[in-house]
Design a protein around this ligand. Structure first.
Ligand SMILES: NC(=O)c1ccc[n+]([C@@H]2O[C@H](COP(=O)([O-])OP(=O)(O)OC[C@H]3O[C@@H](n4cnc5c(N)ncnc54)[C@H](O)[C@@H]3O)[C@@H](O)[C@H]2O)c1
Ligand SMILES: O=C(O)C1=N[C@H](C(=O)O)CCC1
Length: 247
């Protein structure tokens, strides 16, 4: 399978290039970064392109890949519902092409999100804390947003109301961001890579579900699994969990 990497000079993109190069069944045919014409992806005959660029350009990259007839595995975060809908509509005109947008490719992170959604209905309170390196451009993380959305969906399905919060006087930002009614807090600290803790609270107890990525190699098995799988998944898929049999 022929693979192109967009954002190839970046922290994730360079790691993906190494992982693809090391895979016997995959061939790295194009490394794309700022200033490069995406046409090279088609000229190189890529079957799949992996996008680890920046939030401001990733949607445009995906539309170009669809025009080239290339499947896309997208790890870049910052996606909102409107952008996903535009890609979904473009896919209606791109027969057989698959796009996966996944905020986190680490198996442990995907499991942590699934565990949090399963636990959510049993707890009065839930908040999400994400912790990353200070070179990250977006906050909160795509993983935290996806986590909060899954928790909120589970709480709604169980008929739960809003999480309790008596705050009426605060400094701006003190309660973090709010994603679907779930408070999300972002820490940026030198020495960190990617970490998330989901805090679920009831009278007299707390359940903490935590995932840590200490190295970007943690994301690679998920990325390669997606590269190998996307050709059989036409349309838009959001979240690596849909490519895993989590039971
Ligand atoms: N899904 C996951 O598992 C996962 C894991 C880590 C990071 N991420 C996300 O991936 C993205 C990249 O993270 P990073 O740490 O590698 O960032 P980075 O800044 O190290 O890398 C981004 C790369 O994209 C390049 N780039 C910018 N504009 C471009 C364009 N128009 N075309 C091609 N390349 C372009 C930059 O020059 C840079 O080399 C972020 O959105 C981050 O949140 C996702
Ligand atoms: O390093 C980053 O940037 C990461 N971004 C993703 C996110 O925003 O959730 C995944 C974790 C690492």
């Amino acid at each position: 399978m022929r693979v192109a990497v967009l954002g190839a000079a970046g922290r994730m993109g360079s790691t993906v290039c190494q992982a693809v190069d090391a895979a016997a069944d995959l061939e790295l045919v194009a490394r794309v970064d700022v200033g490069d014409d995406l046409a090279v992806v088609g000229e190189a005959g890529a079957d799949v392109a992996v996008d680890f660029t920046v939030p401001s350009v990733t949607e445009a990259n995906v539309h170009t890949l669809l025009d080239l007839g290339v499947h896309a595995v997208v790890g870049t975060t910052g996606w909102d519902d409107e952008a996903l809908l535009r890609v979904r509509r473009h896919l209606d005109r791109a027969d057989g092409i698959g796009v996966l947008v996944a905020p986190n490719f680490a198996l442990g992170a995907v499991l942590a999100m699934a565990f949090a959604a399963r636990a959510a209905r049993w707890f009065e309170s839930v908040e999400v804390v994400e912790l990353h390196h200070p070179d990250k451009v977006d906050a909160p993380s795509g993983t935290a947003r996806h986590t909060a959305e899954g928790i909120a969906r589970a709480r709604r399905a169980a008929g739960l109301g809003p999480v309790p919060d008596a705050t009426t006087q605060q400094l701006d930002g003190a309660r973090g961001a709010v994603v679907d009614g779930i408070h999300v807090h972002a820490v940026r600290l030198r020495g960190l890579v990617a970490h998330e803790a989901i805090l679920l609270g009831n009278p007299g107890e707390q359940l903490t579900i935590r995932h840590d990525s200490f190295d970007r190699t943690s994301f690679m098995p998920g990325v390669l699994h997606a590269v190998r799988s996307i050709g059989a998944r036409p349309g838009l898929t959001v979240g690596l969990e849909h490519l895993l049999d989590l039971g």
